[in-house]
Design a protein around this ligand. Structure first.
Ligand SMILES: Nc1ncnc2c1ncn2[C@@H]1O[C@H](COP(=O)(O)OP(=O)(O)OP(=O)(O)O)[C@@H](O)[C@H]1O
Length: 887
């Protein structure tokens, strides 16, 4: 629920841009504001005041022209004789009457209502230039001035200027044309421009030609402006045609940027990419881009492995590395896309066989709605959800630290030594290798080997421990075979792992230019490529890992990425932190980015009981959002918000801009142990359904056992992120595969999306950096409070008998009771909508109605039962209540 300040029609004359004074370290702010001089008062005109002054000036000029021109129509003879006597008059503007008489002007008088300046201006514009068409200047200055001063768009300025320009010339020439047929009319009505243009045209194409030309020009502009149809009126079109047209329009208007397929050749700073020259240029898709495309394109077919020049063991490996390191595409297919889509309520089809009269009525209503929304957009512009915090400054990159050198620190001798050891070990077991190549990542290097024909893959897989022993390294992972590659991968940790700083990840073009809804920059892949995923498409993420392996840092990286990309109006977090210390740093952004239950003091929830209420409240929010989506006849949050922004949904019917909600649970195991099913059920419901309404979950646990990550939870979390765990069983619990037990810790992680596993080095963001970001956001002007989630009354509380004090009843109590009995539907949102009340007040009234025995107890997301069948019985009950109150 957006805070109250963001009213639908609030996009008008507002001064929200002024940055708050004071406020810690805010380099961005400092950079933007003008330098102040010591001892001088702060006087910053860069905040919209200059625009207003210009707007005011335009309005004054417009009024000035209007009066001067109108006056000139009546006083032109005297004004003009003065101007002629004074040879144009401009040089005498500041001379007194006496001075002019002394200079030989016999009658230095003007009668224009705006004096000498008015006469001179009007004469210039009307007589010398465009005649009566000069009134277009009045219009243009008025519209521009009104727009700048009141921020209200009367007309689109571009169109206005174009049409006014045409109108000026056309009117002037047309009047000049007709003037040719009349006599005794003052020359000022067409101006010199109209007069001479007509003369010129008449000389060239004759007056008939001029007339035709003017008619053509006039009609052309009318066609451009109004698309006038010269055909006879046609029979009304069928409903279905128009529906199709409307659908087509909607579809074209809703092209989603992130669905575009972007091919980006992968770069490797130190590599001379041989495959690119050897093979026809083939665009390489990054993992993330695959992830984005997935819903649109068919699952990628495994790419043919291009024949690469074979390297014998005795060829120095470093050279091979330099030549063949390649960012191979990694297939990612988010699961359950279709399943989740199917969960969205379907908009019913309009039946094809409809009676003659009905569709017409429906059509006119639709058209009216369309017209009124267009009018609203024309008048107020589209709705801007960010307007309430229009001065909000996104965190800047300089709040983050640069760790490490961001360079690969693996040298040729290390690669050579590892290669030799791998080859030796394999030779020892009589395994012949055709080729070996290496891809260096920040923490591990991937050696890909192609065994000689006839070698069994399982044989190599079984040698995992032996290779680890020979390399004397922990965390060796063998991937046999590499999916879609025809090679066997051996990941060997680097001797000097490189830290990936959050700053280096966020600073990349990939993150900065992303069009994803909820981009999360997780770190760098094995090929040193920045990995950005869209949480909105995941659509939920399960994070697990043993203690101290980088889980908290990972969660912070996710939160920080979102904070860098989203405005407070677009995103809200619900934070659950049973450990009480992990997410405290985000407390400062409560009024910007957090959501909480009403009457809750703390936005970051640490108490299990409150977690249950919050999760159920989120379920209610989800159901409410689905109702809104159904009402708006859209399938997902994006389409809904697009409709709302275009003012096609009326806020008086309960519609509101819906921000994304991300639920972050830092220690899920603790919740499951204390509340079990009570937590599992709402989490499972949210995970199953909430995707389409923009609610996404990020759930972390350090105890990845099966009683914590249950089947229900797992089935609904296709995207899972595993940090190092202590046993293969734990790894299987999280990823359904081994591997997480072979990670090396310190942010080394595996991301499973569907059937693929990607090894990523998590971006590192330290507590002081998170603190700086929270300060940066927290010190800015925020909403009056955190976003309030719907009230949820727990079962025990709901069944408890409530005291009803008739004297304390709400003034709208009776109206609400009648409304509910009339509709036979005990729902808070009905009261809220029909009586135009806030959610909290409507909630209080429904509690009073329950206590008075008019509606039944709370039944989850279902409407309460209404205990009075008709208004008659209700009126009698209300009378009793009134008597009871003594009124
Ligand atoms: N991405 C990373 N890069 C480098 N070092 C990291 C990274 N992530 C974590 N570390 C190191 O590991 C330490 C522990 O990380 P973190 O606190 O995130 O672990 P955790 O799994 O959340 O532990 P716990 O569950 O006990 O809270 C950090 O202090 C840091 O030194």
């Amino acid at each position: 629920m957006p805070p109250k300040g963001n009213q639908f029609k609030s996009n008008s004359f507002k001064d929200e841009n002024r940055p708050r004074q004071g406020g810690g370290s805010r380099p961005e702010l400092e950079r933007v504001s003008k330098p102040r001089f010591d001892g001088m008062p702060a006087f910053n005109l860069g905040d919209g005041r200059i625009i207003k002054i210009i707007g005011l000036l335009c309005l004054v000029v417009s009024v000035f022209f209007l009066i001067a021109f109108t006056s000139y129509i009546f006083t032109w003879e005297i004004d003009q004789s003065y101007i002629q006597q004074t040879n144009g008059g401009w040089g005498t503007l500041f001379k007194t009457q006496q001075e002019l008489i002394d200079n030989g002007v016999t009658n230095p008088v003007v009668q224009n209502w705006l004096g000498k300046l008015g006469a001179l201006m009007a004469n210039q514009f009307m007589y010398e230039w465009f005649g009566l068409a000069s009134y277009f200047f009045v219009l243009v200055f008025f519209v521009i001035g009104y727009r700048l001063l009141f921020k209200v768009r009367l007309f689109a300025v571009g169109k206005l200027l174009a049409y006014s320009f045409f109108g000026l010339i056309f009117t002037s020439v047309t009047i000049g044309f007709f003037h040719g047929f009349m006599s005794n009319y003052p020359h000022y009505i067409e101006g010199e421009f109209g007069f001479w243009s007509t003369r010129l045209l008449n000389a060239q194409i004759g007056s008939a030609g001029t007339g035709c030309l003017l008619l053509f020009a006039g009609l052309t502009v009318l066609i451009i402006a109004y698309n006038i149809d010269f055909k006879l009126p046609e029979r009304p079109q069928k409903v279905t045609d128009l529906n199709n047209a409307a659908e087509g329009e909607a579809a074209s208007g809703n092209v989603e940027l992130e669905d575009e397929v972007i091919f980006e050749p992968v770069e490797w700073p130190r590599a001379n990419n041989r495959r690119e020259t050897a093979a026809p240029q083939q665009p390489i898709l990054t993992t993330n881009e695959r992830l984005q495309q997935e819903p649109l394109v068919k699952p990628p077919v495994a790419e043919p492995v291009l024949p690469e020049p074979v390297l014998q063991h005795n060829v120095p490996l470093a050279a091979e590395v330099a030549n063949s390191i390649k960012h191979e595409p990694i297939t990612l297919s988010p699961q359950k896309t279709d399943l989740d889509e199917a969960d969205v309520p379907e908009v019913e089809d309009v039946p094809l066989t409809v009676e003659e009269a009905r569709p017409q009525a429906e059509l006119s209503i639709e058209k009216e709605a369309e017209v009124s929304s267009n009018e609203l957009v024309e008048k107020f512009g589209t709705y801007d959800p960010k307007l309430d915090l229009s001065g909000y400054k996104y965190p800047t990159l300089d709040l983050l630290e640069n760790y490490g050198s961001n360079k690969i620190s693996v040298d040729a001798s290390e690669l050579e030594a590892n290669k030799n050891k791998i080859v030796e070990t394999l030779n020892h077991y009589n395994i012949e290798i055709d080729k070996i190549k290496a891809t260096i990542g920040p923490t591990v290097t991937l050696y890909e080997i192609i065994p000689a024909p006839g070698v069994r893959i399982s044989k190599i897989k079984n040698l995992e421990d032996d290779i680890a022993l020979s390399l004397a390294a922990l965390g060796i992972r063998i991937i046999a075979p590499m999916p879609g590659k025809g090679t066997i991968g051996i990941e060997v940790p680097n001797q000097h792992p490189e830290m990936v700083s959050m700053r280096s990840v966020l600073a990349t073009e990939k993150f900065q230019n992303t069009t994803m809804d909820l981009p999360i920059a997780l770190g760098k892949t094995i090929s040193n490529e920045v990995f950005v995923a869209d949480l909105a498409k995941m659509p939920h993420l399960l994070v697990a890992g043993a203690t101290g392996q980088g889980k908290s840092v990972g969660i912070n990286a996710i939160l920080v990425s979102l904070l860098y990309k989203r405005h407070p109006a677009e995103l809200k977090f619900v934070m659950v932190d049973p450990k009480k210390v992990e997410l405290t740093l985000f407390r400062k952004i409560e009024r910007h980015f957090l959501a909480k239950l009403p009457d809750e003091a703390d936005a970051i929830i640490t108490d299990t009981k409150k977690v249950i209420n919050t999760l159920n409240s989120l379920c209610i929010e989800m159901d409410q959002r689905y109702d809104l989506l159904k009402d708006a006849q859209v399938r997902n949050l994006k389409e809904y918000n697009a409709k709302f922004v275009n003012r096609k949904l009326n806020p008086e019917n309960g519609h509101r801009f819906l921000p994304f909600i991300v639920l972050v649970v830092d220690e899920f195991a603790d919740l499951m142990m204390t509340a079990g099913k009570e937590v599992e059920m709402p989490i499972a419901r949210l995970a199953q359904l909430a995707r389409a309404v923009g609610i996404h979950l990020v759930i972390a646990t350090q105890r990845p056992s099966v009683n914590i990550i249950t089947g229900t939870i797992k089935a609904n979390f296709p995207a899972r992120l595993a940090f190092r765990v202590l046993s293969k069983i734990d790894s299987r619990t999280i990823l359904d595969a081994g591997g997480a037990d072979q990670l090396i810790g310190r942010g080394d992680m595996l991301l499973a999306t569907g059937s693929d596993l990607i090894r990523i080095q998590c971006a590192f963001v330290d507590t002081p950096e998170v603190e700086k970001i929270s300060d940066h956001i927290g010190n800015q002007r925020g909403y009056p409070s955190a976003m309030l989630l719907p009230e949820y009354v727990g079962e025990g509380e709901a069944n408890a008998p409530k005291d009803f004090d008739p004297n304390d009843r709400d003034p709208m109590f009776e109206d609400a009771a009648r409304l509910i009995v009339l509709h036979q539907q005990g729902s808070t949102s009905l009261i809220q909508r029909k009586l135009k009340l806030g959610y909290n007040r409507a909630g209080r009234i429904i509690d009073q109605l329950e206590a008075a025995g008019i509606v039944g107890p709370f039944e989850g997301s279902k409407a309460r039962e209404v205990l009075y069948p008709d208004e008659y019985s209700l009126e009698r009950a209300l009378e009793d209540i009134q008597k009871g109150s003594g009124n």
